[in-house]
Structure formats: C-alpha cells, structure tokens
Design a protein around this ligand. Structure first.
Ligand code: GCB
Length: 559
C-alpha cells in the first residue's frame, strides 16, 4: 500500500488537529448521534495530555471523533489512512462501521464510499494487550499486565489522511535494486489496474537518468547509498491515468561469518535502541522531535539504530534514508513467552499469536521494502528463547520471513549462551546484555570476562557475527559520584567504557547499540524513577556525560 501523496492525479487532505475524545464502555458503538467529548490532539497519545488520573491510566476503549468535508468528485476513489493507533481500532463513518485495524504501529487504510458533504469519523481504540496482540500482554484480576518496559501509550499516533485515487491506479511499487550482485540494473514490479507504464529514474537534482517502458531499468554507473553518502534516486511510475514517485537507494547487503557487508565493505553498527516517546506527545509522531533526534544521532557519530520495539512512523524511515542510517527494523513482538503456567504466561503465545506475528512481519516488509536504510529485520525482541516451545515457533516465523525478503533476519536475544535454543536461527546474533546493571550491579570489573566469554562462545559455536544490541545503566542527569556509584553519570560512562573496551577485542563483534538513545516513559515500578533513565540523552534531548565519550569513540571509529 503506497503512502498517500499529492500529484496531478492524486490529492491528500489531512484530518490532523483537534478532535473530540472520551473513554467508552466495552459495548460502545458510535450511533447516528455525535456524543460530544473533550478536545484532544491528533496525532498524540492522550495519556500525558489529560489531567485526570483515571483517564490517563484508562484500560479499555476510547473514542475519537471528528467531522470532515472534502471536495467530492464522482471520478475519484476516496480512501482513509490512519497512520497508526495503539492498539486495535474500529472505524466508523456516520455511525456505520467501515473497517478495523488489527494492531498498533501499522497503518489502517480503508475505502470510503458514499461520502456526504459533512461526515463524522469515529475511531474506537482498544488499548488492552493479550496473547492475541503484539506486543503481548494479559489481563490479570481485571488489570492489564504488560510484559514490556515502555509505557502503554494510547491514542491516534500518526497522521490521519483522506486521499483520492483515480479509478484505475497504481497500488504498489517494489524497487528491487540488487540483481545478482550487479548494481547496474533495478527491477520494478507494480501492482496496478492501469495498462501503460513509463518508468523514469531521476537523480537527486531531479535530472532524468533513465527512462524505460519496462520494469527492468539499466542504470549506468549509479551512485550507491551508504551512511557516508546516502544518495537517493526517485523512480516515477507514470501510467495513462496515474503517477506515483518513490524514492530508493542502491545498496548491497551481505552477511559473512565475521562481518556485515554494505556494498562489499564491512560496517560496524554504532548507535542505539530508541523509542517513539516525548513529553506531552507520548508516541504521537512529531516532525520537530524526529529531526532533533536525527540531528543528535549525527552529532554523536552514530550510523545506525533499531526500531525497538515496533515499526516507527514512515516519516522516521524517510529521514533514516536521507540522513544515512542503517536501520534494524523490528516487529512489535516484545518479550514473547510460550510456557504454560505462572502468573503472566498461562496460555502464552499460541498458533493465533503466530498467525498475527506473521501477518505483522509481512506488513512491515511490504511497508518498508523500498527504504535503503533498512538493512536487517528483527523479528522479535527478547523472546524467551530458552523455552522448548520457542524453537519451533521461531523457526517457523523465520522461514516465513525468509520467503519474503533477501535481507538478513535477526532477533535480539536475552537468553545466555548455552541456554538459548534458537541462536542458530538468525543471520546475525544480536544479544542484549546488562552486565554491571541487571547482572552484577555495581560491578564493572566483571564485564570483560562475562561478556567477552559469551561473545566468544556465540561466535565459535554458530559462526555468525555478533552485535551487542542493548547495554546500559539507568542514570539521573546531574547526579555525580566519585568514585562512581550506580545511577550517577560517572557510572554510566564507566560502564560504557568498560563494555566498549571488551567489544574491541573481538573482530567478529560487528556493532554496539546502547540502550537507550533517550530516557523514556515506562509503567510505574520500583526500578523506574520517572521512567527508564538509561538514555544517553535526557528525555528533553540534552546530553548526559556519556554522550561525549560515545561521540569521541564513534568519530571515525573503525574496527
Ligand atoms: C531490555 C528490553 C528493553 C528495556 C531494557 C531495560 O532488555 O529490551 O525494552 O527497556 O531492557 O532497560 O530494562
């Protein structure tokens, strides 16, 4: 499904702005009458906007409504695109249900028929998580228990757009840029009801570099995309009655026993796990925050990040292409469990969960396939991969993803070497390790032996490169201790230094992603002081002391 764009055949109308909002009962269905509610911003989460505690922490359904009016033409098709809601949603026009979104973090794109001059759009969102949603969760004694650290922000999180399409139109474009290691061709496949196609490739200055009436296009001496030169071309597909432009970059990705190759050159992943999270907005997409984040990522000399723990907005993916970041693109399968019994896990992940998981993998690949920044997919974060049931499940999910993409596949692993039953499955072994924090808190001298041993063991056993995909320490900015103590800026800096010194010893250790880029909101808990404070930047995006260490380390860092 192509992102809505305006051009000579297509129009886009934004419904972003102030809507009305209310918590509603489980059996609520919008009727013909408008209910009236309080004003609410879209896109944004409602949780950090409202002042009523009961609303902020509401578990269940909420209703968002707005009226819209668009210029109507009988020759056009109208569609509604909701960038993302968290989580499931049902969509109504003038009280009639027109469709639903099965999961948060993914676009909902629905046909609109019989529009009137004024139309009431109602979106009912359910924020409860279960083993049939992703992330997974569970209701215990009537209360939501979530199995992940980040706050369960709720709302309409990305743009709401109405867009038009010509009757006959292009509905999908795939630009395949790697043809048997030959960079001089791209292959374009189009899903469309049109008949005649002209493909034009433009360079960054909008100069034509190739025109073709077939999807196989020769590109003499193209400029390759990389973090140091994120060069983007535009492909324009024009038909007798429609046109769509898609940006793409040309790059080749390959994994060997010891390296991750981009355009045949080994790359080292320097960067972070992040969250979509900011003051007041919650998980609402915001261009200013997005650009600030990328400016900081550049400032600190990072070259990559993981979309922990769910697909990020399309705007962020576009910025990653433009700024030149290597992205590990993650589906929202966070902390999956399979075992029966226990408080949380009774009735854990099952066939239904797996069907949804596969659907979400497919939809992520469909959405992000043309982004050169996406160099690997992460199919889960910290599944309980030491469980017996995990192996069959994970094997199946990886085989499915393999049938959809040539890009490397991984998951981030929190099971120790020797316990994990799935480490042979991913193409790159990503490990999340908290030596000096959750393991051996306050003890930094343990890091080189414990972490070093694991890196060696994973590599010598599975013959795959390893990334340390999470490590870090909660740190309160402005808190100092000499000698260092946990939560101080000094401790965070020393933990990073000690960990990085260890990583430097292993040539097949091909990347470090610090947890986390910035402080973020979590559920309340004994180990969380106004959220997770492992950020290298504060929540308002200012550097903690460790940021200067990383900035220096990553400037021209080569292994
Ligand atoms: C992890 C999780 C991440 C948490 C982090 C922490 O292993 O992947 O979501 O936020 O640990 O700080 O506890």
């Amino acid at each position: 499904m192509l992102y809505p764009k305006t051009n000579k055949y297509r129009e886009v109308f934004s419904l972003n702005g102030i809507w009305t909002f209310k918590t509603v009962a489980d059996d609520y269905e919008p009727t013909l009458e408008c209910f009236g509610g309080s004003p609410m911003a879209v896109p944004a989460s409602f949780n950090d906007i409202v002042t009523d505690k009961a609303v902020k922490d509401h578990e269940g359904k909420v209703l968002y409504e707005t009226f819209f009016s668009v210029p109507l033409s009988a020759a056009k098709l109208y569609r509604l695109r909701i960038g993302a809601t968290s989580h499931k949603c049902e969509v109504f026009i003038n009280g009639v249900k027109i469709g639903e979104g099965i999961n948060g973090y993914y676009p909902v794109d629905l046909p609109l028929e019989n529009l009137s001059e004024y139309n009431r759009l109602s979106i009912v969102i359910d924020n409860r998580l279960s083993f049939q949603t992703m992330p997974v969760g569970k209701i215990i004694d009537g209360k939501q228990v979530i199995n992940h650290d980040f706050y369960n922000f709720t709302g309409i999180h990305r743009d709401v757009l109405i867009y038009t399409l010509p009757e006959k139109h292009v509905s999908d474009i795939t630009v395949d840029t790697v043809v048997g290691g030959d960079y001089h061709k791209i292959h374009v496949s189009v899903v469309s009801t049109c008949e005649k196609f002209v493909y034009t490739v433009y360079d960054k200055q909008k100069q034509v570099v190739a025109v073709s009436d077939s999807g196989d296009i020769a590109l003499p001496s193209p400029r390759l995309w990389s973090p140091s030169d994120p060069y983007l071309y535009t492909l324009s597909v024009e038909t007798e009655c429609d046109k769509y432009d898609v940006r793409f970059g040309i790059r080749k990705v390959e994994v060997t026993e010891n390296a991750f190759l981009l355009n045949d050159v080994p790359v080292y992943f320097k960067g972070f796990g992040l969250h979509e999270d900011f003051f007041v907005l919650g998980k609402g997409n915001n261009s200013a925050v997005n650009v600030r984040n990328f400016e900081l990522l550049k400032w600190i000399n990072a070259n990559s990040f993981r979309t922990s723990h769910y697909p990020y907005s399309e705007e962020i993916m576009d910025l990653a292409d433009e700024y030149g970041f290597l992205v590990i693109d993650e589906v929202p399968a966070v902390c999956m469990k399979w075992w029966e019994g226990g408080n949380f896990c009774e009735g854990g992940a099952n066939e239904e969960t797996k069907t949804l998981h596969k659907q979400l993998i497919k939809r992520l690949i469909d959405r992000d396939k043309n982004h050169p920044s996406v160099v690997m997919y992460s199919l889960a974060n910290e599944p309980e991969s030491a469980e017996d049931n995990a192996r069959t499940y994970i094997l199946d999910v990886f085989a499915y993803a393999r049938s959809l993409t040539r890009l490397p596949l991984t998951f981030t692993n929190c099971s120790y070497f020797g316990l994990c039953k799935c480490s042979d499955i991913p193409d790159v072994i990503c490990i999340n390790r908290y030596y000096g924090w959750y393991d051996y808190i306050g003890n930094l001298s343990i890091i080189s032996s414990k972490l070093g041993k694991e890196i060696e063991d994973f590599h010598s056993t599975y013959k795959k490169p390893v990334i340390l995909s999470e490590f870090g320490a909660d740190t309160v900015e402005g808190l100092h201790a000499l000698p260092s103590e946990v939560f101080s800026e000094e401790y965070q800096s020393e933990l990073m230094e000690e960990t990085c010194n260890t990583l430097d010893k292993y040539p097949y250790l091909i990347g470090e992603h610090v947890w986390a880029f910035a402080d973020f909101k979590t559920k309340q808990g004994l180990t969380r002081f106004r959220g997770n404070r492992k950020g290298v930047f504060t929540k308002d995006r200012q550097p903690k002391a460790v940021a200067f260490f990383l900035r220096k380390r990553w400037a021209d860092f080569k292994k």
